[in-house]
Design a protein around this ligand. Structure first.
Ligand code: AMP
Length: 178
């Protein structure tokens, strides 16, 4: 399947979760077996080129793609979790949302010093979530040179912000104008 075919499997919901936002829904992509497999193959090829030694994924949709990529490369998966979910002392990072803040947490024992990590999430918009994830991975001792997304919303500038923070940012498709 081509990237254009994969883009055609994304469901776009106008005015969700609020007026003016077009929600780019990956449910229909992962609900298509061949499309899901092709997506994981594309992401895994890129992570392999970056010589990933582990994949980090952001809860919750980043788990779907990140865990599958890690399994396909037979390398570890490191979850970046919502607060209060990990049963061990964590490293935590707050980040700004459009309204209010949120927090991500990581088990620092999940990453070895100097381990090459590739970050995976479903979508990059402003980049706030991914930048917080990047900070945590680096604080835990990981080397983070690449961030992979299925969808980029380029008008929101997140990919540029991550690139300015020293990452090779790649996505399989983009929706300009969002
Ligand atoms: P951000 O921190 O602004 O880059 O937002 C990224 C996170 O918010 C991703 O993990 C997405 O799951 C979600 N998200 C933001 N905007 C959208 C959108 N238009 N459609 C679907 N998911 C979105």
């Amino acid at each position: 399947m081509t990237p254009e075919d994969l883009k055609g499997l994304i469901r776009s919901i106008p005015d969700y979760p609020k007026p003016g936002i077009v929600f780019r829904d990956i449910t229909t992509l992962i609900g298509h077996g061949e499309g899901f497999a092709a997506t994981i193959d594309c992401l895994a090829q890129r992570a392999a080129s970056a010589k990933a030694q582990a994949i980090a994924g952001i809860e919750a949709r980043g788990f779907i793609f990140g865990a599958a990529v890690a399994a396909s490369l037979s390398i570890p998966f490191v979850p970046l979790r919502k607060p209060g979910k990990l049963p061990v002392p964590v490293l935590a990072m707050d980040y700004a949302l459009e309204y209010g803040t949120d927090t991500l947490e990581i088990d620092p024992g999940g990453i070895a010093d100097g381990q090459r990590i590739v970050l995976v999430d479903d979508l990059i918009a402003t980049g706030g979530t991914a930048n917080a994830a990047a900070e945590l991975i680096r604080k835990a001792g990981g080397i983070l040179e690449q961030a992979l997304f299925v969808v980029d919303l380029p008008d929101l500038g997140g990919a540029g912000r991550l690139a300015a923070n020293g990452m090779d940012v790649q996505s399989l498709m983009s929706f300009p104008g969002d």
